[in-house]
Design a protein around this ligand. Structure first.
Ligand code: BV8
Length: 233
C-alpha cells in the first residue's frame, strides 16, 4: 500500500513525541542518547523528587530550558504548521514539552504533558507562562515554590487536554504518529480512538516501536524528510 498523501485528507491529527524534536537537537527520552539514561526521572522529574529537593529539580529543569531555548523548530514542525494553514481542521496532539510546535506556528495544539515554558505555584496552583532562562524566580509571590507545569510520572493529565485530544481523534480521517515510542500512558492509548473510528493511520519513526503493528502505514525515516514527502504536491 503506498503512503497516504496528506493533501487528500481534510481532518488530520498529528500525534507527536520526542522524535519530532530530535532533528532540532533535543534529546529523546529512551533509546540512544535518551535523557532518562542520564537523569533518573525519580530523582529529577516527579512530584516526590520536587517535594524532596525542589532546588535539585529546578537545576535539572534549568538545564532543559537552556537546551530547548537554543533549539529551533525543524522542517518537520514547519510542515505540520503548514498543513494546518492549508487545512484548518488539523490538530497536533504532542507529548513534547518543548514548545517547538507553537514556535513553528501550530495553533490547534494540545500539550498532553504540559510545557517547560509554563510554571505553576505549588501552593495556589496558579499557572503562568515564563520564558526566562534560567528561570527568573523559583518562588511564587506567595512564597511557595513554583514547579514546572509539566505532567510528571504519577501526575494525572489535564482533563480538558485529554477531552480536546479525544474530540480531535474521534473526528479525524488521517492519524500521523511521529517520533514516539508509544510506551507512556494514558497518551499512548489515544491513537486507538482514531483507529476505531476507521481513520487511515501512519507511523513515522526511524525504528519499529512496540505499537508499530497497530498502524496501517509504517514509514521508516526521520520526521522532517518523511513529513515533507507526505505533504509534497
Ligand atoms: C499517570 C514529562 C496516573 C515531561 C513524562 C508505575 C509507576 C508510576 C506510573 C506508572 C507505572 N506504570 C505505568 C505508569 C503510568 C505511567 C507510564 O505510562 N509509565 C510507562 C513508562 C510504563 N504514566 C504516568 O505516570 C502518567 N500519569 O498515569 O497518572 C494518575 C491518574 C489519576 C490521578 C493521579 C495519577 C504521566 C505520564 C507522563 C510522564 N511524563 N515526561 C518531562 O519531564 O520531560 S514521560 C516522557 O515520555 C515524555 O513526556 C514523553 O513525551 C513521553 C513519551 O516519550 P516519547 O515522546 O515517545 O519519547 P521516546 O524517547 O520514548 O521515543 C522517541 C521516539 O522517537 C523513538 O521511537 C525514536 O525511534 C524516535 N525518533 C528518534 N529520532 C527521530 C525519531 N522519530 C522521528 N524522527 C527522528 N529524527
Amino acid at each position: 500500500m503506498s503512503a497516504p498523501r496528506i493533501r487528500e485528507f481534510r481532518r488530520v491529527v498529528f500525534f507527536t513525541g520526542a522524535g519530532m524534536s530530535a532533528e532540532s537537537g533535543i534529546p529523546t527520552y529512551r533509546g540512544a542518547g535518551g535523557i532518562w539514561k542520564e537523569y533518573d526521572w525519580e530523582e529529577y522529574a516527579c512530584q516526590r523528587a520536587f517535594q524532596r529537593d525542589p532546588e535539585k529539580v529546578w537545576d535539572f529543569h534549568d538545564v532543559r530550558r537552556k537546551t530547548v531555548a537554543a533549539a529551533e523548530p525543524n522542517a518537520g514542525h514547519r510542515v505540520v504548521a503548514e498543513v494546518e494553514r492549508a487545512q484548518p481542521d488539523t490538530w497536533v496532539l504532542t507529548q513534547n514539552i518543548d514548545g517547538l510546535h507553537r514556535r513553528a506556528g501550530t495553533k490547534n495544539l494540545v500539550e498532553l504533558h504540559g510545557s517547560l515554558w509554563r510554571v505553576r505555584c505549588d501552593r495556589e496552583g496558579k499557572v503562568t507562562e515564563d520564558l526566562s532562562v534560567p528561570i527568573a524566580s523559583r518562588r511564587c509571590a506567595c512564597g511557595a515554590y513554583l514547579r514546572p507545569d509539566i505532567v510528571w510520572f504519577e501526575d494525572a493529565l489535564n482533563r480538558a487536554s485529554l477531552a480536546a485530544a479525544e474530540r480531535a481523534l474521534e473526528g479525524c480521517d488521517l492519524l500521523v504518529s511521529v517520533g514516539t515510542s508509544g510506551v507512556v500512558y494514558p497518551a499512548a492509548q489515544l491513537p486507538v480512538i482514531a483507529m476505531k473510528r476507521g481513520a487511515v493511520t501512519v507511523e513515522v519513526n526511524p525504528e519499529d516501536t512496540p505499537v508499530s503493528e497497530l498502524y496501517q502505514h509504517r514509514l521508516r525515516g526521520p520526521a522532517s524528510a518523511i513529513l515533507a514527502s507526505l505533504w509534497e504536491v
